[in-house]
Structure formats: structure tokens, C-alpha cells
Design a protein around this ligand. Structure first.
Ligand SMILES: *Cc1c(COP(=O)(O)O)cnc(C)c1O
Length: 376
């Protein structure tokens, strides 16, 4: 049998990512591939860098996109900043905080855990206590927007706290970038990574990353080489910096970078503040509709992410049946619960281009139908 071309259906993506891709981003993706050392491509990369600086609200010279998904951005922060024996305060209130802990251990460093329950944000008081108990800690690591639970943490307070005690910060902004306020410089964050496929509404596969001058100094002062060749950012610095002649490190994912460039142009056209407002407004609309259906939120109101709505699955409703029904009947994807929330919560994403009135109307109609059908 000859395998035919693959034609995926047009789904509406309202899960934890990937989100719906703007048609302009898909068009950008299909433009002609040029060499990754082509002068025009290098120009495009320089623009991409300044667009990322805008999105992150930073003037950090080292602001790039790693040629791999968000998890690689996470790993890049840990492997570059940490050396064996270092102590790291890791805030854990969901899946991604736990993944940070694993990264610390794999670097030969020591994690000091600050736990909060799933669905809660990181407690700034607990973090301060941990820092006081471990004055030799080098880094504070936390997730700004915990996609596994839908909780938002106070990255500004955590950033300032870390600086007050002389710690570097590693901040996961994979789901927050573009969706909720984030100001890397003002909040004094040091190593910050994100993902292309959440509120930026680009295709998956890239991880925006920015390092502060303090993070760069720490990396340059390393006594041991970074154990990962691919993620060693000292080797990539030359490749992304405009001043030096660009040298080969790895083949850049040329077309995917066009797509990220276009998604950031879209963000610039809309403006960051307008994008944050849109996510908040769409969240309020969705919230109203979900509550009318009798669904309740897992996270308390003040700590909720607008772009990731975690709701409890009502008693007697079959999780998998409902999600399959939405996919089959409405071409609509919502997210399953993860970890502790598997089987008892849904995660409804309103990220980037998915955060639109039409999507909310579809989602509410589809859920109402599914819940009625399931109860029969
Ligand atoms: C999605 C996500 C990641 C991982 O990103 P991938 O692109 O899936 O590797 C990390 N952290 C958070 C908070 C995320 O939501």
C-alpha cells in the first residue's frame, strides 16, 4: 500500500497548547526556505531578537529562540546556570515545578523544595523562609503560569525577593508570555524561557529565551563546561549576536523561525497590553458561560490564569467520553487533567489566537451538548 499525503482536519485548539495558529503565521511557514547563514535570514533573526525583547519586556542582549520546544528552554537555563554542588530553591506547585527539580538533580545540583498544593500559586512567604534557611542557595526557580493547574504566581515579588537576597532566578514563562503581564527587566528576572505554541500562537518547536547580564556573567565564570553540547549557550552566543560574523552551530529551523517572526509581528501590531487585556476579557466571557453550565473552577479567583481555565468534571460525567465527543462532533480539543487532576478536571485554553469570542461560543455550545448527552 502506498502511503498518501497527510491532511489533518481543521480543529479548534482550546487545550494547554498548541493553540490555534493565525493564518498569517501558517503562510509565513510556507515561504521559500533560504540558507540559515544567508544575509537576509540573518537580518530576519536580528528583527526576531528585537521582537522577542519587546515580548519579554527586556533589553537583554542575549535574547534568542532555542531550536527546540519549551522543555529545552527549561533545560538550557538549568544546565547553563548550574554547576555540580549548587543549591537551588525550586518552587513546586504542579507538573512543571517537578520537572525543574529533575533538571536540578540531573545537573548534580541540590534542590531545596518549596511546595504548594496543586492549584495554588507559589507562596512568597515560604520562599523567603527557604532562602533564609539556605543562605548559600544560588538560584530561585519557579513557574510563572503553571499550565498543569491554571495557577498564576507573583513573578514580580519572587524576582525582587531573589535579588534582595542575591539569588539568580530561573523563571518558566512558557504559558505566561503574551497572555498575562510579564516584565523581565522591571521584575529583575535572570534566566527566562518560554514556548512558541502557547500564547504566541506559533507552531510548536521553538523556545524563546533571555539571559540577564548577571546570568551571562555566571555562565562565563563557570569552572566546569556545560554538560550538554547542544544547549551550551556560550556556543550559541556568536551565532545569534549581530556584531560578530555568524558561524555555524546547528542548522536553524528556518521556516519555523519565519513563523515565530510573524507571530511576534502580530503581537506587536496588537500591542502587549492589548493582548493581555484580550486574554482577560475572553477569560471573563468563558467563565460566565462555564458557570452557567454549572462548572466550577479549581483555582481561586485571584490566582487564576486567564489563558488556562481548569474546571472540575461534574460527578457522573465520563471525562474521556466528553473529550472524544467534542473532538468528533465539533472538531474541538480541550485539555485533560494532568497528574493529580487526571480524570477529575479539564483544562480549557484561551491562548493567543484561540482567545476569541467565536471559540468561546463554540466551546460552550459543545460542552453543553456533551454534558447533556453524557447524562442520558
Ligand atoms: C508547555 C509547557 C512547558 C513545556 O513546553 P514544551 O514546548 O511542551 O516542551 C513547560 N512549562 C510550562 C509551564 C508549559 O506550559
Amino acid at each position: 500500500m502506498t502511503v498518501q499525503s497527510f491532511f489533518p482536519p481543521q480543529r479548534t485548539l482550546m487545550g494547554p497548547g498548541p493553540s490555534d495558529i493565525h493564518p498569517r503565521v501558517l503562510q509565513a511557514l510556507s515561504r521559500p526556505t533560504i540558507g540559515h547563514l544567508d544575509p537576509l535570514f540573518i537580518q530576519m533573526m536580528d528583527e526576531l531578537k528585537s521582537l522577542l525583547q519587546y515580548a519579554f519586556q527586556t533589553e537583554n542582549e542575549f535574547t534568542i529562540a532555542i531550536s527546540a520546544p519549551g522543555s529545552a528552554g527549561m533545560e538550557a537555563c538549568f544546565v547553563n546556570l548550574l554547576e555540580p554542588g549548587d543549591k537551588v530553591i525550586v518552587c513546586r506547585n504542579g507538573v512543571f515545578g517537578e520537572r525543574m527539580r529533575e533538571n536540578v538533580v540531573r545537573c548534580g545540583a541540590h534542590p531545596i523544595l518549596v511546595d504548594n498544593a496543586w492549584g495554588e500559586s507559589v507562596s512568597v512567604e515560604k520562599v523567603e523562609q527557604a532562602i533564609q534557611e539556605h543562605p548559600d542557595a544560588k538560584v530561585l526557580a519557579f513557574v510563572h503560569a503553571e499550565t498543569s493547574t491554571g495557577a498564576l504566581s507573583d513573578a514580580k515579588a519572587l524576582g525582587h525577593l531573589a535579588k534582595q537576597y542575591g539569588l539568580l532566578t530561573i523563571a518558566d514563562t512558557v504559558t505566561s508570555l503574551g497572555g498575562v503581564p510579564l516584565a523581565v527587566d522591571e521584575w529583575q528576572l535572570d534566566a527566562v524561557y518560554s514556548g512558541s505554541q502557547k500564547c504566541l500562537s506559533c507552531v510548536p518547536g521553538l523556545s524563546p529565551l533571555t539571559f540577564s547580564p548577571a546570568a551571562i556573567e555566571t555562565i562565563k565564570a563557570r569552572k566546569t563546561p556545560v554538560q550538554s553540547w547542544f544547549l551550551d549557550q556560550t556556543l550559541v552566543m556568536g551565532y545569534w549576536s549581530g556584531q560578530q560574523k555568524r558561524s555555524y552551530h546547528h542548522t536553524a529551523p528556518v521556516n519555523t523561525l519565519y513563523a515565530l517572526h510573524e507571530s511576534l509581528v502580530l503581537l506587536q501590531e496588537e500591542s502587549l497590553t492589548a493582548s493581555w487585556q484580550r486574554h482577560q476579557q475572553m477569560h471573563q466571557q468563558l467563565k460566565q458561560g462555564l458557570e452557567q453550565l454549572g462548572l466550577t473552577f479549581v483555582v481561586k479567583e485571584e490566582e487564576r490564569l486567564p489563558q488556562l481555565n481548569t474546571v472540575r468534571i461534574p460527578e457522573g460525567i465520563d471525562d474521556e467520553w466528553v473529550r472524544n465527543y467534542l473532538l468528533r462532533q465539533y472538531n474541538l480539543e480541550i485539555g485533560a487533567g494532568l497528574g493529580q487532576f487526571a480524570g477529575n478536571a479539564w483544562r480549557i485554553g484561551l491562548m493567543g489566537y484561540s482567545a476569541r469570542t467565536e471559540n468561546i461560543a463554540l466551546c460552550l455550545k459543545a460542552l453543553e451538548d456533551a454534558l447533556t448527552q453524557c447524562k442520558r
